[in-house]
Ligand binder design. Structure first.
Ligand SMILES: [Zn+2]
Length: 195
């Protein structure tokens, strides 16, 4: 039976959530890179009880039942799901790049004004001509029809309602973009705390 995390991936490509010294999520990385951080003593692996282990310790323990492993000369090595950095890495302001595609993902591939799902474009809530910038808070996905109707007006002036206020994407969106359908249960306490 294939492990649910694998989903056609190489075991070294499965996602690992990286936490800083303060247990705040900073990024998602691959198991390959996670092992390199662990081996280089730049991070510790967290077990199911969230106990940190350095590489020697991690390699010496028996993999937990049902966890993904890789084979090494010394035996089976468990693939960690959570990594704790030894340094207090700053939390990126947003872990996700601002792009057309990512705005569409955040907005669920829907027009924020009417809910239309086809023929989408990007709308500046405060129009560019009025000084509206390109930011997570000012870009929304919008169908061409609404975009045309709105023109160089604000939603209020055009009498259009934003179904949702645009904000920086949260970790749930980041995780979707990494191809993980659902955040791993072990990740949840950290993602919840991060908002
Ligand atoms: Zn629309």
């Amino acid at each position: 039976m294939t492990h649910p995390l694998l989903r056609g991936k190489d075991v070294l490509d499965v996602p690992v959530l990286v936490l800083n010294r303060g247990y705040q999520p900073v990024r998602i990385t691959s198991a390959r890179h996670a092992f390199s951080l662990l081996y280089g003593d730049r991070a510790q692996a967290l077990d199911r009880d969230y106990e940190p282990h350095d590489f020697e310790h991690w390699a010496a323990r028996d993999p937990e039942e049902g966890e993904l492993t890789i084979r090494t000369v010394r035996g089976s090595l468990e693939v960690p799901r959570l990594l704790l950095l030894r340094v207090y890495d700053r939390i990126p302001r947003t872990p996700l790049r601002l792009s057309r595609r990512n705005v569409f993902v955040r907005d669920g591939h829907q027009c924020v004004y009417c809910g239309e799902t086809s023929d989408l474009t990007i709308d500046h809530v405060l129009p560019r001509s009025r000084g509206g910038g390109s930011s997570w808070e000012n870009l929304v996905s919008c169908c061409r029809e609404c975009n045309l109707e709105k023109g160089h007006r604000t939603p209020e002036e055009a009498n259009m309602t934003l179904k949702r206020r645009p904000v920086r994407p949260n970790w749930t969106v980041v995780i979707q973009l990494t191809g993980v359908k659902d955040p791993l249960p072990d990740w949840e306490p950290f993602l919840r705390a991060a908002g």
